[in-house]
Design a protein. Structure first.
Length: 483
């Protein structure tokens, strides 16, 4: 019915200890583009979440004792299967999340790249020897897996968000319990099916699907057998989860909200800046934590940028992600559309002007028109809040110091972008921006080799790169005497 080449990739039950578990109740997975039911999935309870934790704990010893090379081989199998089934996985993702099929295929490759990367990086989890203060002693530092890892991930990247957490955890020798967003559980369950086919042992990679966010969340944050908790989502929810983790002093990593500035200086390549802003802003209908939220343009190139950017945005096509030629799919829900529409209306009431768009799309109740707002000030709602939709507020500025101050005027600190061809300015601005990641003349910055994460209210810890692997380890110091 779903036109998959491999229908076994649609799974309707949580994956616990190598088995598919049914539940008394079910939750519905709905295609946001059409409102049609995709399928129903068993709705797990906190009791089943506790069973999942026990399974991961039981599997920890044998998995952590495998050599890094053995773990890498199994993870390589997993990566290969994901790429072999890329088309089916992309179709599943688009059906439950809505993004255009080409974007979905890109996400599958992006998620799989973390499994490939960490499979190899796990072989290089080096320790240290430290010169001792006495000749009869030796100081050795080793890195060991932190233990059972639990995660809660959002709906906007239902494959990649789990992949980049689970890949690092498994490579470090940890076992993993994941709770995907209840709107988009099918991508995670398909990953579990392929993990099993890859030979990853029972209990090592587990997925528990539940509508009971509070009950299951308490298990994953407060269970004493979970050593680390990792979350991607909003800052308010992240703060509550950190508080819950404090009861058992867990290691936590948080990838939270963003309010990314995109700065265009007067010496920038304007055509390149337009393309960078287009990619950064409108990918996934603006529903990404690192997407551009505020566009700052130096005043003597502002008119040129707005003209070219508007022309580019006019060419974007809104519609069902399964159709050919679609650039922007639906937002995740009609409530999300209402929230974006309210931010636009509030800002227009305060003096912003609509250059293009500015209202709901005729495509359906979950669609919003790609929008550009001009004459925006940095204190307007669209500048002070994470929009999480296809809306571009454009703000003018005079000087380098002024725009740095405006860009940093936010509680968030995830990603920032700027375009300039002045090498001195590149270093000054990159170092002055108070964000964890900075794209310089580049609108797409995330990849498996680079550390992904933010500062301030955007969270802590890193995903990807060698730093992301170390987040799933504990350092142990060995003092050897009597030598």
């Amino acid at each position: 019915m779903l036109n998959l080449k491999d229908e076994q990739l649609i799974r309707n039950h949580s994956y616990i200890n190598g088995s598919w578990h049914s539940s008394e109740s079910q939750l519905e997975v709905v295609n946001p583009a059409t409102g049609n039911l995709v399928t129903k999935v068993a709705d797990a309870t906190p009791k089943e979440a506790e069973l999942t934790v026990k399974s991961a704990k039981d599997a920890l010893s044998s998995w952590s004792q495998k050599s890094a090379n053995e773990r890498a081989g199994l993870m390589r199998n997993w990566f290969n299967l994901m790429m072999q089934h890329q088309d089916d996985l992309a179709l599943i993702l688009t059906l439950e999340q809505g993004k255009p099929l080409a974007e979905a295929k890109g996400e599958i490759a992006y998620g799989a790249s973390y499994i490939e990367w960490f499979a190899e990086e796990g072989k290089r989890l080096y320790g240290d020897t430290i010169p001792a203060l006495a000749n009869d002693k030796r100081i050795v530092v080793i890195k060991q897996p932190v233990g059972v890892v639990a995660s809660i991930t959002p709906w906007n990247f239902p494959n990649a968000m789990i992949a980049r957490k689970a890949a690092a955890a498994l490579a470090a020798g940890c076992t993993f319990v994941g709770r995907p967003a209840s709107q988009t559980p099918l991508s995670a369950l398909a990953m579990a099916e392929l993990a099993e086919r890859a030979g990853i042992p029972a209990g090592v990679f587990n997925i528990v699907v539940s509508n009971d966010a509070i009950g299951v969340g308490k298990v994953l944050t407060q269970h004493p057998d979970i050593a680390k908790f990792t979350f991607t989502g909003s800052t308010p929810v992240g703060k509550r989860l950190i508080e819950q983790c404090a009861t058992t002093v867990k290691k936590v990593s948080m990838e939270l909200g963003g309010n990314a500035p995109f700065i265009v200086f007067d010496d920038a390549d304007i055509d390149a800046a337009v393309q960078g802003a287009l990619l950064s802003k409108y990918r996934n209908a603006g529903q990404t934590c690192v997407c551009t939220n505020r566009i700052f343009v130096q005043k003597n190139v502002k008119a040129e940028f707005i003209q070219k950017f508007t022309e580019a945005v006019k060419k974007l096509t809104v519609g069902n992600g399964l159709e050919e030629g679609i650039n922007i799919g639906p937002m995740i829900s009609k409530q999300a559309v209402a929230g974006v529409d309210e931010l636009v209306k509030q800002s227009v009431a305060q003096g912003a002007n609509i250059a293009i768009g500015g209202s709901r799309s005729e495509e359906g109740e979950c669609f919003y028109q790609p929008t550009i707002l001009t004459d925006v000030t940095n204190d307007m709602p669209v500048a002070q809040n994470e929009i999480f939709g296809p809306v571009s507020p454009i703000i003018g500025f005079e000087s380098e110091q002024q725009v740095i101050s405006m860009a940093n005027d936010t509680e968030f600190g995830l990603a920032a972008y700027f375009y300039s061809r002045d090498v001195g300015r590149v270093w000054r601005v990159a170092e002055a921006l108070d964000f964890g990641m900075v794209g310089v003349n580049e609108g797409i910055i995330s990849n498996a080799a680079a550390p992904f994460g933010g500062v301030k209210a955007s969270g802590n810890g890193r995903e990807g790169s060698k730093y992301g692997l170390e987040d799933y380890t504990e350092i142990k110091y060995l003092c050897m005497g009597g030598i």
